[in-house]
Design a protein around this ligand. Structure first.
Ligand SMILES: O=P(O)(O)OP(=O)(O)OP(=O)(O)OC[C@H]1O[C@@H](n2cnc3c(O)ncnc32)[C@H](O)[C@@H]1O
Ligand SMILES: [Mg+2]
Length: 198
């Protein structure tokens, strides 16, 4: 089975490819099929953004498309950056700039860490008129001293619950076992299997 993934994020793409390989599903990045620019993320929830993006591409390329919207919710920041995680430090910000902003915001509050969670929301849009969705989360804490080279985004600042290493210090295989995305992908695969039985 093959499925198109609508993302511009290389880290995300690699994690999807690695995880779905376990289930013999091949992931084709959207830019191999189409050079359409993604729709603006206008939603106020992860759910809306994932749905809108999957629908947008699927209707235009007439193939099943997966899109994911994900982010980091920090307790001390009342859930921010949330859906704005990719652009916390401004439109087009790099991971490093976003991490700096997070550290600064925590320090402004006099904090060295805060409970936090990563959230992933995945939508699979099938042109014949069907949609499947799943979500996942991983709880942990964010710190103000980055560590590790793996993963992407806020991983050098995120320590999953029950761990002492940051997400960026874990091999991808291990991150995929415990991460918001890994869990959401597993749930989606189970749904696909159910639907195939009909
Ligand atoms: O929209 P696409 O093209 O898929 O790529 P994106 O990077 O903009 O992806 P999102 O809109 O879902 O924003 C998610 C942001 O949340 C953060 N994030 C999500 N999952 C993460 C993870 O597993 N590790 C670290 N940071 C993560 C990171 O800053 C991402 O850029
Ligand atoms: Mg995005």
């Amino acid at each position: 089975m093959k499925v198109v993934l609508a993302t511009k994020n290389r880290g995300k793409l690699k994690e999807f490819q690695e995880k779905l390989k376990e289930f013999e599903i091949e992931v084709i990045p959207i830019d191999q099929i189409s050079n359409l620019e993604p729709p603006e993320e206008k939603g106020i929830t992860f759910c809306e953004n994932a749905y809108e993006k999957a629908k947008y591409y699927s209707e235009r390329i007439d193939l099943p498309v997966i899109a994911e919207d994900s982010g980091l919710e920090v307790e001390a920041l009342n859930g921010r950056p949330g859906i704005f995680s990719a652009r916390f430090a401004g439109e087009g910000a790099t991971d490093e700039e976003n991490n700096k902003r997070l550290i600064l915001e925590l320090k402004k509050l006099g904090l060295e860490n805060s409970p936090a969670r990563y959230v992933s929301f995945i939508f699979l849009y099938i042109p014949e008129g069907m949609g499947l969705w799943s979500s996942g989360e991983v709880k942990g804490k964010v710190i103000t001293e980055p560590r590790g080279e793996g993963g992407f985004g806020y991983d050098p600042l995120f320590i999953p619950e029950g761990y002492t290493k940051t997400m960026a210090e874990l091999p991808m295989e291990e991150k995929n076992k415990i991460s918001h995305r890994g869990k959401a992908i597993e749930k989606l695969v189970n749904l696909i299997k159910e639907v195939k039985k009909w």
